[in-house]
Design a protein around this ligand. Structure first.
Ligand code: PA5
Length: 442
């Protein structure tokens, strides 16, 4: 079970601030569970783990079976909430060098998460050496980045394999009724999965948006759902051992004491994209109305050699949340070296992980001494069950935290602004007025 430790925050939080925020966290949890808060039409994620039924899991497994032995690569096409959950879970669960290792399951690669011509052109070069299928994911069905990528992928699949085979090799994950992707999928007869209306993109990893790509990469989505289900139980409890309550109360207490930036740290590069997923979750949920903690992430010990200096001695405006793993999967010891030129024989016989753990403890001590509070969230190990737990824990903490801040945690009005300007600059029909106006400003 995931544990949370707030010891390294205590000296930074006054008792009365803590007591007030714990109370506010309970109120936030109540709003999430009763559906009486802002944005309550997007609370479908709350009961998702307990509601995911056998048919959905089986449908994902059917696609895995359909493509088994026929495709060696699956291109998951999506952006933001339609990308980061799957990417973070697959990266966490995969062998670090899986791209170069013999494999039983297709390699999952991503498209539509940027508008880089180089990326897409090189992806197509790569795919021309492979036999691939596509999972295109877009709730709105109209997002520019995945739509551009999917246009190119679909055309290529149809050209290389013919329309009938292409149809077998495209699955769409989208709205039940509306959007261009739904229209196209129905017209072409693609297999489809539905993203529930009441689940927003960044809360959708436990829908087919995350589950299908994760299953295709060869991971056990039943275990992931089981972990999320356990965490759903734990996070619904109105007591002080609920980690979502503790996390939300701690981060808001620190925010009120002037810590405006939260850095999610990991000491295992497999968790790098968990940081990316977490940044979207909290950034889009809380950053509005001139408020919100700015979510950042670093990979330690790598970034101790780049950002460590700033964290230790720069502006005192940040706190850290350490996302730690109790047990590594492997066991590798440092050997004795007869010459000992590097002076490291004092480590001989020790596991690499012991060094990593001491780096964690040493860093936490140094950073708290330097005025950077540390929250610690520790999972048992990196597996499907624990990843399911961590997804749900962060989602619930985010819902509670957004309500504590007084914002609607489930909308993202600010995301539209750049899109309007981009469409106007690209002379999209309907944007003529804005095109004239912003051309004068650039
Ligand atoms: O959280 C969100 O709502 C966004 O990040 C969306 O997930 C992202 O913009 C992709 O949207 P869509 O799934 O509609 O293509």
């Amino acid at each position: 079970m995931i544990g949370i430790d707030l010891k390294a925050t205590e000296k930074f939080i006054q008792e009365e601030v803590w007591n007030r925020n714990i109370q506010k966290a309970y109120e936030g949890l109540d709003l999430v569970l009763t559906g009486k808060g802002k944005g309550n039409d997007f609370l479908g994620w709350v009961n998702l783990p307990s509601e995911i039924g056998e048919p959905l899991v089986e449908n994902c497994e059917n696609i895995v079976e359909r493509w088994k032995g026929k495709v060696d690569t699956v291109v998951v096409t999506g952006i933001g909430g339609s990308y980061l959950g799957a990417k973070s879970a697959i990266m966490a669960l995969s062998h670090s060098f899986s791209y170069a290792m013999p494999r039983q399951h297709p390699q999952v690669v991503f498209a539509g998460q940027n508008i880089s011509e180089d990326y897409l052109a090189e992806l197509m070069e790569f795919l021309h050496t492979r036999t691939y299928a596509v999972v295109v994911i877009s709730k709105s069905g109209t997002t520019t980045e995945p739509a551009i990528a999917f246009r190119i992928l679909r055309e290529d699949l149809e050209k290389r394999f013919g329309k009938e085979i292409a149809k077998e090799r495209i699955v769409a994950v989208t709205d039940a009724r509306k959007g261009a992707l739904r229209t196209l999928a129905d017209r072409e007869g693609y297999a489809t999965f539905v993203i529930p209306d009441n689940v927003g993109g960044r809360f959708s990893v436990l829908t087919p948006v995350g589950l299908l790509p994760i299953a295709l990469a060869g991971f056990d989505i039943r275990q992931m759902v089981a972990g999320a289900r356990k965490m759903q139980e734990v996070c619904s409890e109105k007591n002080a051992s609920n980690p979502a309550i503790l996390y939300a109360a701690a981060r808001n207490s620190l925010y009120l004491s002037g810590k405006k930036i939260e850095i999610l740290t990991n000491y295992n590069p497999k968790l790098q994209y968990m940081g990316e997923w977490w940044k979207q979750l909290f950034g889009e949920s809380e950053g509005k109305e001139g408020k919100g903690i700015f979510p950042a992430s670093v990979n330690f010990s790598t970034d101790l050699h780049s950002l460590g200096q700033y964290i230790q001695e720069g502006e005192r405006i940040m706190f850290e949340t350490n996302l730690l793993v109790k047990l590594p999967e492997h066991d590798l010891k440092i050997e004795k070296d007869l010459d000992n030129l590097d002076g490291l024989n004092f480590l001989s016989g020790k596991r690499i992980e012991q060094v990593n753990k001491m780096a964690q403890l040493g860093t936490r001590l140094a950073h708290t001494d330097g005025g950077v509070p540390n929250i610690v969230i520790e999972m048992e190990k990196i597996d499907e069950y624990n990843i399911g737990e961590i997804f749900y824990l962060f989602e619930m903490a985010c819902g509670i935290s957004g309500y504590m801040l007084g914002v609607n945690p489930f909308n993202q009005p600010g995301v539209e602004q750049y899109k309007k300007n981009m469409f106007a600059l690209l002379e999209k029909p309907g944007y003529e007025g804005l095109t004239q106006e912003i051309r004068k400003r650039i």
